[in-house]
Design a binder for this molecule. Structure first.
Ligand SMILES: Nc1ncnc2c1ncn2[C@@H]1O[C@H](COP(=O)(O)OP(=O)(O)OP(=O)(O)O)[C@@H](O)[C@H]1O
Ligand SMILES: Nc1ncnc2c1ncn2[C@@H]1O[C@H](COP(=O)(O)OP(=O)(O)OP(=O)(O)O)[C@@H](O)[C@H]1O
Lengths: 217, 217
């Protein structure tokens, strides 16, 4: 059973610590802000007010016994770096960090951090693509050219069987599931009929998917 | 062709504005910080230093002609709210906002914002699930019980055909694609052989997927 430590209770660190706790993990949190520590104290295993640049404070917390550490401090780059270096000094090898920008990310990777998180930049880019394409559809990218996406069935598809629609021939799309109201049909067959309001989960080239998305609006 | 305005050049707003520009959209950005405006000026259509609480400044920028506005200011909740209210006063109906916390999010939704973004909280929760399950696999959730995920092929699968593996019978998993090195086979057939190092993209119940994930480690 893994033990985690989260250093820095910004919005990312707080959500991470609380969710890990809800999943049943042991979570130690550290922050220099007394009020944040008090507010989270009964939601995690152990909450301690301390400065992450102080290795003795981290040692006395028992950070040595933790399996993985997430350093989620970005406004003070020195604290971010010292937090990571101190965790490494205490023998922790699995360390993650939140980065403030590309340069900070480079430094974290050079320090040997296992993975760097940039939630604001990542979502900014994703939302830009959503606003550009006009929808907030969940897409699973299989590679640079293929994706899996859920599309609203077109009116012209209603009442037809998958065999009649022949999306594979016409659009290069493989229908891998059909959602009718909230019921998922994960083994669609050629004789299945597409109903008004159905959503089709399709796999295919991005170009074909974009084509279908445009038609459905 | 849609016109966008981004108010507030934090990490989220900046990534959003620059990505929209790279996608070929017209983007106006507003921030009270002169330096940020100068640094982004040649990356977007139009960058203006202004205070979003000043409706006349927004009017003189030509915000009335924009189709959608994203207000990405969170440290100053008053600026966030005034930015949204001013955009509405200028007749813009498609407005998005970044929220600092759950309470801020409630207010934005009450104001009629179309969608609220909380990148730090969302990624904090997602990373918690990844750390808990021990991997950072991309998952597409079809509903509360079914997902699509990519798994490493198990050693005991190597050299067998999909028909021999019969994952549908044994594990309730539908193999919808096979990735060999970087080549994607998006139309797998029963006679396809699974090779060492192949990744299988499977669809099925979450319980079955978790089972396979555990076996593959
Ligand atoms: N040296 C330090 N020791 C302990 N805690 C610290 C130290 N420096 C900053 N913190 C804490 O780190 C937390 C995160 O601060 P920061 O301003 O970097 O967050 P942020 O990147 O804006 O977070 P988010 O975007 O996730 O909301 C704060 O609660 C702050 O008190
Ligand atoms: N009234 C205002 N008018 C114009 N710009 C503003 C106003 N208030 C804040 N800003 C700008 O908004 C930007 C975002 O600030 P804020 O501190 O809220 O970001 P943030 O939520 O930490 O951003 P992120 O997490 O996306 O990095 C800053 O560049 C700031 O100059």
């Amino acid at each position: 059973e893994k033990q985690f430590a989260v250093l820095g209770l910004g919005r990312f660190g707080e959500a991470l610590a609380i969710t890990l706790s809800e999943l049943g993990c042991n979570v130690v949190v550290v922050d220099k802000d007394e009020e944040k520590i008090q507010n989270i104290a009964n939601l995690v295993t152990y909450a301690v007010q301390a400065d992450v640049t102080d290795i003795n404070a981290l040692k006395s917390i028992g950070l040595k016994n933790v399996d993985a550490v997430v350093v989620s401090i970005t406004s003070d780059i020195n604290s971010s770096i010292m937090g990571i270096v101190n965790a490494q000094e205490l023998g922790i090898s699995e360390i993650y960090g939140k980065a403030n920008n590309a340069q900070h990310e480079k430094v974290l990777l050079k320090l040997g951090v296992k993975k760097v998180f940039s939630p604001e930049r990542d979502m900014g880019e994703r939302v830009a693509h959503n606003l550009f394409s006009g929808d907030f559809i969940d897409i699973l990218e299989l590679d640079t050219n293929h994706s899996i996406v859920e599309v609203e069935s077109l009116h012209i598809w209603e009442g037809k069987t998958l065999e009649q629609l022949n999306l594979r021939e016409k659009h290069g799309l493989n229908v891998i599931a059909i959602r009718t109201l909230d019921v998922l049909n994960a083994s669609p067959v050629a004789s299945d009929i597409v109903r008004s309001g159905d959503k089709l989960i399709v796999m295919g080239e991005n170009r074909s998917i974009n084509e279908i998305n445009k038609l459905s609006r």
